[in-house]
Design a protein around this ligand. Structure first.
Ligand SMILES: *[C@@H]1O[C@H](CO)[C@@H](O)[C@H](O)[C@H]1NC(C)=O
Ligand SMILES: *[C@@H]1O[C@H](CO)[C@@H](O)[C@H](O)[C@H]1NC(C)=O
Ligand SMILES: *[C@@H]1O[C@H](CO)[C@@H](O)[C@H](O)[C@H]1NC(C)=O
Ligand SMILES: *[C@@H]1O[C@H](CO)[C@@H](O)[C@H](O)[C@H]1NC(C)=O
Ligand SMILES: *[C@@H]1O[C@H](CO)[C@@H](O)[C@H](O)[C@H]1NC(C)=O
Ligand SMILES: *[C@@H]1O[C@H](CO)[C@@H](O)[C@H](O)[C@H]1NC(C)=O
Ligand SMILES: *[C@@H]1O[C@H](CO)[C@@H](O)[C@H](O)[C@H]1NC(C)=O
Ligand SMILES: *[C@@H]1O[C@H](CO)[C@@H](O)[C@H](O)[C@H]1NC(C)=O
Ligand SMILES: *[C@@H]1O[C@H](CO)[C@@H](O)[C@H](O)[C@H]1NC(C)=O
Ligand SMILES: *[C@@H]1O[C@H](CO)[C@@H](O)[C@H](O)[C@H]1NC(C)=O
Ligand SMILES: *[C@@H]1O[C@H](CO)[C@@H](O)[C@H](O)[C@H]1NC(C)=O
Ligand SMILES: *[C@@H]1O[C@H](CO)[C@@H](O)[C@H](O)[C@H]1NC(C)=O
Length: 626
């Protein structure tokens, strides 16, 4: 929680220049040995015990390569090259043309970004027409420069990649004498011909603002906007999936640290936001709940403590996760040739009305992926059988007061929900029972002490989402693919802020431990390449870090300017273990990295394995056990 980080901006270009020169000397002294080299198949890469930082600095997200090798692309092309400087409200607009004379079955986008100067982390949204293809957040730059690149498999969007598209990228950046960091973005499309026969969606429809014709980003902002849109679907759809991208930004960036609204004034300041720490993203079809997402608590590179994320950024930072809802059980209704509404909503817990609104802004878009039955005239279905249990909540608040002042607030909120939709759907291939079902659990416990300046948080979101396999792959009529997820997060934040911040430095002491644990056959990947995605992808990754972060009111510290003189020092460690079906080999991957954070971050350990690794469990920070 950074009450001051988004609003108060101070500093001067002269000060930045002086500091930059000083730091250049310091960094130059550290610039010596380079990274190690490949050794065995087992440990593919091991850095020496301490490596010196390079200029510019590689700021990376730990992720498994998408392929064993990127080397044999059938063709490739740059689809976007743009320097986002003063880009607030001015998205990049360009044109995508499919590669000429190039057969491909897999498409990967490689996003490469360089930045130098001071700035916040910024949100970047890439649209093909009205459809959002990639949502990313940037690393924070440092004065001596950073770079990174990240790859995303976009084969699910195949139908868009085979015709001309308007490319729109929104990356709202402030660029002036204080915020001197630009974001220079290059996206290259790599096309591979893997000799498999993919079955990507035939049509993709946008649940978005549909503003590409006006050269604008089509993102919708909730709760202030209206994310309701109507479509008349083709009458012969065989399978339909809605993919949703939703992120809390602005007052909702740290939604998981919020409290029910009646407690947001507990400490007589604005440090705590309302609308509860629980969020549900809903998809409604004709006003009925089709499915939900309880979001992964993404931590952007300025989050919890900016010092934790140089040079290792948070889980999923460069590729914000979407979540998918299989709406195939609805096809009997949706293929009737009439118009139907699709609506997206974000709700919080309200102790009076159960569901309440949320703060600004949830940036959201949805894409409806449709596979048509080319031999069929009209898909029909039996009446949808639905069971939707409203979530059950348990909320317990405790306030401690001393001399008429609230000194501490302990809140605990838990929630549980199940839903399912089933129908027998008939296409030209026959009749089949299709089911979508979800089970979700959530617990959040927060302990605010020291008049709200100290906080500990523990949150666990977990659940399963289940869908029916393709008829060609089902062993029984009721066969089901069950995906599971677990997102534990635990942290402490202690703000030591002087009464007069113009005279004294401030400090934020933070500790963080969190994991992402999933076992899934992602539905879009599965429907796009059913013959490959038959066994689950199993991911276990954990980040553990601590950081003491210093700043003062005359020197702008939050935007990537970590200063050892003020005493910023931290360490971040990450374990990453992944096993998944992959057409090009190398289906197991492990990595273990450790960094000393600070103005001159140092990678102290970097091991890459050609197999999965043991990932220790997230530890709940002391004083916040369940
Ligand atoms: C298309 O690609 C093939 C194989 O690379 C090549 O033999 C052929 O000459 C190309 N045709 C054109 C029109 O470029
Ligand atoms: C992605 O782009 C960067 C910058 O051009 C390049 O260094 C990197 O090798 C590319 N990655 C792949 C997989 O092509
Ligand atoms: C941005 O990156 C491109 C590609 O590397 C480079 O040609 C261009 O000069 C860069 N622009 C700026 C302003 O740094
Ligand atoms: C959109 O951008 C293109 C290319 O820059 C331009 O030709 C077109 O006039 C713009 N359209 C609108 C509505 O601004
Ligand atoms: C949102 O838009 C839909 C469709 O245009 C409309 O029916 C609905 O009343 C709107 N809702 C709000 C809250 O404005
Ligand atoms: C103490 O907290 C309660 C609940 O948030 C709030 O209503 C009350 O105004 C607070 N008291 C003071 C003195 O701030
Ligand atoms: C609450 O904060 C306001 C504004 O900072 C201040 O005027 C007021 O005296 C404070 N109230 C208490 C009870 O501390
Ligand atoms: C589709 O409609 C055509 C023309 O009405 C008809 O000949 C054909 O049998 C129908 N096919 C199916 C699968 O119903
Ligand atoms: C709050 O954190 C500060 C800094 O770590 C610590 O000195 C203080 O004891 C903490 N206060 C409480 C009530 O835990
Ligand atoms: C704030 O930090 C700057 C840069 O390190 C330093 O020059 C200045 O003296 C500091 N101000 C205070 C009040 O400590
Ligand atoms: C605040 O930190 C700066 C370094 O940026 C240091 O020069 C200054 O002495 C510190 N001020 C105090 C009051 O400790
Ligand atoms: C809340 O935090 C305080 C200060 O760290 C600690 O003394 C207390 O035991 C914690 N309460 C709970 C219920 O964990």
């Amino acid at each position: 929680m950074f009450p001051s980080s988004r609003s108060c901006v101070q500093g001067s270009s002269l000060k930045s220049l002086v500091t930059m020169l000083t730091i250049f000397v310091v960094v130059a002294l550290f610039l010596q040995a380079s990274f190690g080299i490949r050794t065995s198949r087992d440990i593919v890469y091991r850095a020496p015990n301490v490596t010196s930082p390079k200029i510019p600095l590689a700021v990376f997200q730990v992720e498994a390569p998408l392929r064993e090798s990127y080397g044999v692309a059938a063709c490739q092309q740059v689809i976007l090259q743009h320097n986002f400087a003063a880009s607030y409200g001015s998205p990049y607009v360009g044109t995508y043309s499919p590669p000429k004379n190039c057969s491909f079955t897999t498409a990967i986008f490689n996003m490469s970004i360089t930045s130098i100067g001071i700035n916040y982390d910024r949100l970047g949204l890439l649209f093909f027409g009205d459809i959002e293809v990639w949502r990313t957040t940037t690393a924070m730059p440092v004065r001596t420069g950073i770079y990174y690149n990240f790859q995303k498999d976009v084969t699910a969007f195949d139908t868009l990649l085979r015709s001309e598209q308007k490319v729109i990228m929104q990356l709202d950046n402030i660029y002036d004498s204080v915020f001197t960091g630009n974001y220079n973005v290059t996206i290259t499309a790599l096309y591979y011909n893997d000799h498999d026969t993919p079955t990507p969606a035939d049509t993709i429809l946008p649940i978005s603002a549909q503003l590409s014709s006006q050269n604008q980003s089509s993102v919708l902002s909730l709760p202030d906007g209206n994310a309701t849109i109507s479509f008349t679907l083709p009458r012969n759809v065989a399978r339909a999936v809605v993919s949703i991208l939703a992120s809390g930004n602005g007052a909702e960036e740290f939604w998981y640290t919020n409290v029910p609204t009646e407690y947001d004034d507990t400490f007589n300041n604005t440090a705590i936001y309302g609308y509860s720490p629980w969020r549900e993203v809903q998809l409604l079809i004709d006003g009925e709940l089709a499915g939900v997402g309880w979001p992964f608590p993404i931590v952007f590179t300025g989050g919890i403590s900016p010092g934790l994320w140089v040079p290792i950024v948070g889980i999923d930072t460069y590729d914000l996760p979407s979540f998918e809802i299989d709406i195939s059980p609805w096809l009997g209704l949706l293929c009737d040739g009439k118009s139907h509404t699709f609506a997206l909503k974000v709700v919080g817990y309200d102790s009076v009305t159960t569901f309440g609104t949320v703060g600004s802004n949830w940036w959201i878009t949805g894409s409806i992926f449709l596979w048509v039955d080319s031999d069929g005239n009209q898909t029909t279905g039996t009446t949808l059988q639905s069971t939707i249990a409203a979530p059950s909540f348990d909320f317990i608040p405790t306030i401690t007061t001393s001399s008429g002042l609230n000194t501490s607030l302990l809140v605990s909120l838990s929630a549980h929900r199940t839903l399912s939709h089933t129908s027998t759907i008939t296409t030209s291939k026959g009749s089949r029972t299709l089911t979508w079902s979800q089970t979700l659990s959530y617990i959040n416990k927060q302990n605010f002490t020291a008049l709200g300046y100290n906080e500990t948080l523990y949150q666990l979101t977990s659940g399963t989402s289940s869908y029916s396999p393709l008829i060609s792959q089902a062993s029984t009529e009721t066969d089901i693919i069950r995906n599971t997820y677990n997102y534990p997060i635990s942290f402490t934040q202690q703000y030591v802020v002087p009464v007069d911040a113009t005279l004294m430095n401030s400090t934020l002491i933070a500790e963080l431990d969190r994991s992402k644990l999933t076992s899934e056959i992602p539905i879009l990947s599965y429907l796009t390449k059913p013959s490959i995605f038959t066994t689950p992808a199993v991911l276990a990754t954990r980040q553990n870090g601590s950081c003491t972060y210093g700043w003062n009111n005359t020197y702008y510290e939050f935007a990537g300017a970590i200063d050892p003189a003020i005493g910023t020092i931290g360490a971040t460690e990450q374990w990453f273990s992944f096993e998944r079906p992959l057409e090009s080999g190398g289906n197991e991957y492990g990595r273990h990295v450790k960094a000393v954070d600070g103005y001159v971050p140092v990678l102290t350990l970097d091991e890459v394995f050609g197999h999965t690794i043991e990932v220790p469990e997230t530890k709940i920070v002391p004083g916040n056990e369940l």
